[in-house]
Design a protein around this ligand. Structure first.
Ligand code: ATP
Ligand code: MG
Length: 379
């Protein structure tokens, strides 16, 4: 058992020592049984958040999670949540899927109130009272298909019917929550199986923000596996499958500014790349990371693509790779051309930059200033 598990069980031991029953629950137990790499270990306990905080040296509260304390223990972080309804069986019944409702106690004994282990063995996603589970938090409908994508499991017939009948409830869920699941779904090994189910249940019509159509789902299914791709790459691939991606659409996805900017950059250069191969200036302005991602997207989308090694060679052959490497500064330009400061300075530097990048002039202070002097009247 991995060291995270040993330490997590020590946390359970400590709580037990103070008289509180505690269990590892949810995804971690599932992933242990499936021999999957685990993401995080969640713990539930009969202790109140205050009581938990008295049992450990380092604990933190999170504003949005009232019943949860983050325990830092021997370098690991654990989310420790007070059991709903005082008993483990109550807590577990309200989780989304049986395979996520397994628990383990401090002795490493598996506790399964809902037949989760049986469903794991038979590769089935099932809910206890699916109508209630799906309607009380409709995000769970998308989570079901996220797990299909990750695990390749079947979905229980009754659960499938509930999703088909109730899919429009998902429309009310916050886009931020949706995006987390959607990215995981895009990355799953069994993505296309999940996409087919999203189509047959019509859930795609109700996913907030994504503007999915049957056509977009088909396009997405054409992409090679995104399992090893970054979030940015996955989201850009997704955007490429849509008919229209504009500013309001991206804003509506509630991504960070940085993330949207990265996606926009990649989309722009992807579009450019549809018409022409990489030139010196495009590569310089895009930077190698963006160029690499654009070519990777082409490869994943089964289009002819430039070898990444080749691009790297070209990148390294650039005379400069950033504005700061230019041999002249704004002050040099003002001094040498003897003109008052103004927008022309930036234009002059851009011109010099382009002359250097395209190899027309060497990155040499004297040469560049002379050239700019010759063009003084145009500036
Ligand atoms: P991952 O491996 O991606 O972390 P996970 O199953 O651990 O998947 P989390 O989102 O980390 O998923 O949630 C941890 C556990 O909390 C789940 O296994 C499940 O038992 C429960 N859970 C999470 N979100 C929900 C939800 N929306 N409704 C019901 N139970 C949920
Ligand atoms: Mg988890």
């Amino acid at each position: 058992m991995a060291s995270e598990w040993k330490k997590a069980r020590e946390v359970l031991h400590i709580l037990k020592g103070k008289g509180f029953d505690s269990y590892i629950v949810g995804g971690a137990v599932r992933d242990l049984l499936l021999d999957r790499k685990l993401a995080d270990i969640d713990i539930v306990t009969t202790a109140t958040p205050y009581e938990v905080s008295t049992c450990f040296l380092k604990t933190y509260r999170m504003n949005n999670l009232h019943e949860t304390v983050i325990v830092k223990y021997r370098g690991e972080h654990y989310e420790v949540t007070t059991i709903r309804g005082k008993k483990l069986v109550e807590d577990v019944k309200y989780r989304d899927l049986t395979i996520n409702s397994l628990a383990m106690d401090y002795e490493g004994k598996l506790i399964d109130f809902v037949g989760g282990q049986n469903d794991l063995v038979h590769n089935v996603l099932r809910s206890i009272e699916p109508y209630d589970r799906m309607t009380e938090d409709p995000l769970r409908m998308l989570r079901v298909f996220r797990f299909v994508s990750e695990l390749g499991f079947d979905v229980d017939h009754e659960l499938m019917s509930v999703i088909t009948a109730q899919h429009d409830l998902l429309k009310k869920v916050a886009v931020e929550r949706v995006m987390k699941e959607w990215i995981k779904l895009l990355k799953g090994k069994h993505r296309n199986q999940a996409l087919r189910m999203i189509k047959t249940t019509l859930l795609f019509k109700s996913i907030p923000g994504l503007m999915l159509t049957e056509h977009a789902l088909e396009q997405l299914a054409q992409f090679r596996s995104l399992t090893h791709s970054s979030d940015t790459l996955c989201l850009t691939a997704f955007c490429l499958c849509l008919d229209k991606v504009d500013e309001p659409f991206l804003r509506n996805l509630a991504l960070s500014n940085e993330q949207s900017k990265k996606i926009r950059e990649r989309l722009t250069y992807y579009e450019k790349r549809n018409h022409q191969r990489w030139g010196w200036l495009d590569l310089y302005y895009a930077s190698i990371q963006v160029a690499r991602d654009v070519e990777t997207l082409r490869l994943l989308g089964n289009k002819e693509s430039e070898s990444i090694d080749q691009l790297q060679v070209m990148w390294e052959a650039l005379p400069i790779r950033h504005k700061s490497e230019l041999a002249i500064t704004g002050a040099d330009v003002i001094h040498s051309l003897e003109k008052p400061q103004g927008p022309w300075v930036k234009e002059a530097l851009t011109l010099a930059e382009q002359l250097v990048v395209t190899g027309q002039y060497r990155n040499n202070k004297e040469d560049l200033l002379n050239t700019l002097l010759e063009r003084r009247d145009e500036l």
